[in-house]
Design a protein around this ligand. Sequence first.
Ligand code: FE2
Ligand code: FE2
Length: 409
Amino acid sequence: MRILFVGDIFGRPGRQALRDWLPRFRSERDVDFVIANAENSAGGKGLTAEIAAELFDMGVDVLTGGNHSFAQRQDLDIFDADERILRPANLPEGTPGRGLGIYSAGEARVAVLNLMGRAFMKPIDCPFQAAKRLASEALAATPILFVDMHAEATSEKVALAVYLDGRATAVIGTHTHVPSADARVTEKGTAAITDVGMTGPFGGVIGVRAEIVLEQLIVGMPVRHEVAKDDVRVCAILIDLDAATGRARSATPLCIPDFIRERNAPPMPELKVQVHLWRRDEAGRTLFAILQRTPAKGELWQPITGKVDPGESPEIAALREAREETGVEARPDDLSPCLWVHPWSRDGREFAEHVFALRCDSADLALSGEHQAHAWLDLDNALARLEFEGNRQGLLKARDWIAARKSSP
Ligand SMILES: [Fe+2]
Ligand SMILES: [Fe+2]
C-alpha cells in the first residue's frame, strides 16, 4: 500500500502546483491515500471551506494543520463539521475540531494523528503525552498510523519519531517549510522525516514575499504578509507499507521540481524510455510490436517511447508509456530490467534513453492519438521496419534478454 504525505501547502501557488501534479502522480503511482498539511493553504495562513473542498477535489483525503489552522476565523466550523480536517490534538480542550481521525482506504483503515511541538512555539499540552494516549486509541482500530508532528525544533520532531518507533507507520515533520535530508525507515518499520518541506513558493522566505520579511527583520515594524510567487515546488514523501502490519517498507522524499544545486553546469541528460513490447504467437515465435506515427510525425515506425516524468523511475515510466501508447496494462513482473541506456542528442539536448522489454499476452493494442497503426513482426522484419539505429540496437538487446530468459530454468 502507498500513502503520500504532502508538506505545508502555501497559498494559491502551492495549491496550483499540487493540482498540476497530484492527480496524475496519484493514478500513475497507484497511491492509495493522500494526507496534506493545509495550515497555510488560504493566502499563507489557515484554511477555508472553499479551499478544503478544492484540495479534496484534487485527490487529497485528509488535511492536517498546525499553528495557523484557525487563522481564517470565518470558517472555523469546518473543523467540527468535517472529519477529514484535523488540527493538532494537543491543543486545549474546547478548541474546535479533532486531532485524530480513522479513515477507510480501500480494504484498509488509516489513522492520522496531528500533533504540535512546544519548543519555540506557543505553550500547549505535551505532544508526547497526547501521542501516548492517542496512538494507543488509533492502534486499537488499525495498524496503520500516520503522525504529522508540526513543530519548529528538529530535536522535538526526532524525539517523537523515536518515541513512536515501531508503533507508528510514519512520523512526518511539518511547519519549518524547509525539507530535511533525513528520510528513513527504522528497523522496526517506522518511516520518518524531520521536515517534509513546503508545497509552495521557495522564491520568498518560507512562502512569504522576501521584501516584506526583510523589512520586518531589519526595521522591526509590523507588516502584512503576502504570498511569494516564484520558484514553486511540491514537497511530499511517499511511504510504501505493508497494510496488514502497518510497517513501512520505504520512504521516498519528493521535491518537484528538484532544487538547483549547481549553476552553469552542463545539463543533465533528459531521461527517456524505449520499450519493446513482445509476445509469443501460437507457433511459439517471438513477435515485437512496432508502432507507426501519424503523418504529422512523419509516419515513421518505432517502439513505445517517451519521457520519464519528475518523480518517476524509468521502470514506472516504461509501464506508464506502454499503458498510454498501447493500452497494455502490464504487471511490473512483465517488465525486463533496464537492458541498455542509449545516449543520444538533438538540437543541443542530451538524452539518456532506458531500454526495456515488456511482455504482453494479447495481440490487440489500443493506440493513442500519437500512432496510426501497429504491426506484430518477427525480429528481422521489425529491424527492417524501424527508422532509427538506436531503436534497432535496443530491439537486439530486448531479443537477447528474451532469449536468455527462455533458456534459463
Ligand atoms: Fe506551515
Ligand atoms: Fe506552522
